[in-house]
Design a protein around this ligand. Structure first.
Ligand code: BEZ
Length: 249
């Protein structure tokens, strides 16, 4: 599990090679892995100071990082996230963004974001973490070494973490700062994560709710027949192996 306290760079690391800072005790630590408990960090946000697990409560959570306030791609992403935030709420998912500027900058940027989302009079429906010292960005492996600010320090990449009600990491994606994400795709993967957390199925390419799902390989045919009252259909393939098993849930 990631040990936050051992990963904070000292000033020398910060100036020498910020983007490549690693925990000294664990030089090859790969960062957060699926199934790891998400760190219960404390942070200042646009809704005040939070402790992450308390913020999540018993909900699912999605934490997404942005390179910087007042940057064009980030503004379009946040505006979209704000516009479709009700879809995350419907799914019981608490949203939280992160950018490496101050709470004060965030509040000022939010006015632009809401104007771009055509909701200039509304409040931002989720908080933004102020990671102005880049501590969380370093600890969670979110820096993009290719995109630097005017002082030569790396900006945050576009990272997404989906956290389950058990506080464990269920999904992570990492885009470079120069590529904006698709927040509707995030809703689609959350639908898949929530379904597959409940039922012994997996979702095929481009799946969307209501489509057929696949029976997971570890289930025998008799177990599948008992578990899926809507029936299981198997697609014939040249190998003769009966692994393409579909059902409706
Ligand atoms: C942007 O949000 O537009 C952006 C931020 C950092 C690097 C490139 C683009």
């Amino acid at each position: 599990m990631l040990q936050i306290s051992s990963c904070i760079p000292d000033r020398q690391d910060f100036h020498l090679n910020f983007s490549r800072v690693r925990c000294r005790e664990e030089p090859t630590m790969p960062g957060l892995l699926l199934g790891d408990e998400f760190p219960n960090f404390e942070a200042d946000t646009t809704i005040g100071r939070i402790k992450f697990h308390d913020f999540l409560g018993s909900s699912w959570g999605v934490l997404f990082s942005h390179p910087r306030d007042f940057t064009p791609v980030c503004t379009t992403e946040l505006a979209c996230a704000a516009q479709i935030s009700n879809e995350f709420t419907k799914r019981g998912v608490k949203m939280i963004a992160l950018s490496i500027d101050s709470v004060e900058d965030h509040h000022s940027w939010i006015k632009d974001v809401m104007a771009v989302s055509s909701e200039a009079d509304s409040t931002m429906p989720f908080p933004i973490i102020a990671d102005d010292k880049r501590q969380l960005s370093v600890q969670l492996g979110m820096l993009d070494p290719d995109e630097k600010d005017k002082d030569g320090l790396p900006l945050t990449a576009r990272c997404v973490f989906v956290i389950g009600p058990d506080k464990k990491l269920k999904l992570s994606i990492l885009y470079p700062a120069t590529t904006g994400r698709n927040f509707n795709e995030l809703l689609r993967v959350i639908d898949s994560l929530q379904l597959t957390a409940q039922k012994k199925v997996a979702t095929p390419v481009d799946w969307k709710p209501g489509d057929k799902v696949m029976v997971i390989p570890s289930l025998s045919d008799s177990e599948a027949a008992a578990l899926f009252p809507n029936g299981v259909t198997t697609k014939e393939v040249p190998s003769g192996k009966k692994y393409l098993r579909y059902t409706k849930v």
